[in-house]
Design a protein around this ligand. Structure first.
Ligand code: ZN
Length: 169
């Protein structure tokens, strides 16, 4: 079960071209908001796009500092809204106090999240049926959908059966 989900979660491979185009989008956004394009802000961008998994602001800080030790916590927290605002990062709200982020290289793709509450693992799966379903039910009601989300909270079968799971830190 887990293996099926894991092959599906690589739905938007981050290519060098996609990263370059996202970096350009971020630069344009900063300039449009009268913000300087500093090495620290670019280190935060590079740290974000170096992650294969969802990450928190604190994790992003640690990764950005590994690239440029002059990156401060305040800079990370002030830069995050611009990363999400420019559309290069996606904020994933899983109903906890912590916010998670993920590079957004294909903003048109419909994704659903399956969250393992035992192992704190977020799987992103391709969900093209979602837009079809959302459009169909909305149009029957005479409505046009503007956004939709699907989020599944689940417990871990591997942990229950074997007492261990490769997704646990
Ligand atoms: Zn697990």
């Amino acid at each position: 079960m887990v293996d099926i989900i894991e092959t599906e979660m690589r739905l938007t491979p981050v290519t060098p071209e996609a990263i370059e185009s996202a970096r350009q989008k971020f630069r344009t956004h900063l300039a449009a908001h009268g913000l300087r394009i500093t090495n620290q802000r670019l280190a935060i961008f590079d740290a974000a796009f170096g992650q294969a998994e969802h990450f928190t602001a604190e994790e992003l800080l640690a990764h950005a500092r590994a690239l440029d030790e002059s990156v401060s916590r305040a800079t990370v927290y002030r830069t995050l809204p611009h990363l999400t605002g420019s559309g290069v990062l996606r904020e994933v709200d899983i109903g906890r106090n912590l916010k998670y982020y993920l590079p957004n290289t294909d903003s048109t793709a419909q994704v659903a999240q399956v969250i393992c509450v035992d192992c704190d693992k977020i799987f992103e799966i391709s969900a093209p049926f979602m837009s079809w379903y959302g459009n169909t039910v909305s149009s029957k009601l005479g409505l046009t959908p503007v956004s939709q989300r699907l989020q599944v909270s689940a417990t871990c079968d591997a942990l229950k059966a074997a007492g261990a799971c490769k997704h646990r830190a």
